[in-house]
Design a binder for this molecule. Structure first.
Ligand code: AMP
Ligand code: ZN
Length: 111
């Protein structure tokens, strides 16, 4: 089981900020901004490369819940949503996740 599947299963602790039947959001263990949350599907999808017509509903659902998570965090000034896919992007956990970053003026040099 991958690290984030273990978090979904409760085998590794996390600081949850949102959960429903298909999606879990928790605080990043090494925050890069005052608010740094990871939103993941509860099912194992390795990365953006693993999104298909069969599983994309959960990705749509992730984007449906992100605005509410951001609002609950008080990110009224805006925020960034990032998904690293593969080694060139620096993906370190092989389970699809979307970073929500905010709470400060974020740098614009994304690459
Ligand atoms: P990425 O580098 O895009 O694959 O993002 C993986 C993220 O997972 C990194 O920002 C890590 O800090 C974070 N991370 C790793 N282990 C944990 C954990 N046990 N709980 C919360 N976040 C974690
Ligand atoms: Zn997984």
């Amino acid at each position: 089981m991958c690290l984030f599947c273990k978090i979904v299963a409760g085998e590794i602790p996390s600081t949850k900020v949102y959960e429903d039947d298909t999606v879990l959001a928790f605080r990043d263990i090494a925050p890069m901004a005052p608010t740094h949350i990871l939103v993941i599907p509860k099912t194992h999808i390795p990365s953006v490369d693993g999104v298909t017509a069969e599983n994309s509903a959960v990705v749509a659902h992730i984007f449906e819940v992100i605005p509410g998570i951001a609002a609950a965090e008080g990110l009224t000034g805006g925020y960034r949503v990032v998904s690293n896919c593969g080694p060139d992007a620096g993906q370190t956990v092989p389970h699809l996740h979307f970073h929500i970053l905010g709470g400060k003026q974020l740098r614009t040099d994304m690459a």
